[in-house]
Write a protein that binds this ligand. Sequence first.
Ligand code: 6PG
Length: 245
Amino acid sequence: MQDSKMAIENRTVEVLDDKSALIQRSQDLILSRLQTAIDSRGQFTMALAGGSTPKPLYEALSTLSLPWSKIHIFWGDERYVPATDQDSNQLMARQALLDKIEIPASNIHPMDASSADPAIDAQKHEAELRSFFQLETGFPVLDLILLGMGDDGHTASLFPHTEALMVRDRLITVGNKDGQPRLTFTVPLINQARCVLFIVAGANKRAALKQIFAAQADETHYPARLIQPQGELLWLLDRAAAEEL
Ligand code: 6PG
């Protein structure tokens, strides 16, 4: 794939002193987008990120009195494990947030990894999204998609040099991490969002961030470069991660 010039028109990068400041800022940004969405459309649709960075954010959100009946929770990706597995992104979010708040079960839309065939589960989740957004074709617009970034530049379960990066005609596809299947939002689905919010912390992310923000770099090697939404693109970095930018 061609090197890409990073579209920077709608990208905002904020560097916070430390991870706790980053979590506080990400909470503030989410709350403001949540209020705007509910004021204008009566609901807020948000996809959660997996991994470890967002867990304190979810714990912080669980302490707030929010209109949870108007908030719908999705996931940008999921490991291909049962929802009870310690690796499950769904389990982490339930333990950190969803089990602690009054949110209708029907507002929670996990990626189900139970058919033993990831491609079938990807199709199932795609059908669920299309039904929820009442959209037979095209790409639904989520209000906010929260993303992390791995130290290899992956995001969601869009890993370097994998087929998932090329999928442009589906909402959900099968990712591949070192031969292990994942379920993931596709690049076009993520790029349809009103707001994409990256939260990236730690010195181990420096090298990849340099490539993500470079004027030119190989998108297949650094998949987070592919995330160039038509809506807002917000990057929240802690100082440790942003050191070399
Ligand atoms: C996952 C995530 C993944 C994660 C990055 C960063 O399922 O693991 O969706 O994309 O966001 O790997 O993970 P950390 O926040 O743990 O560094």
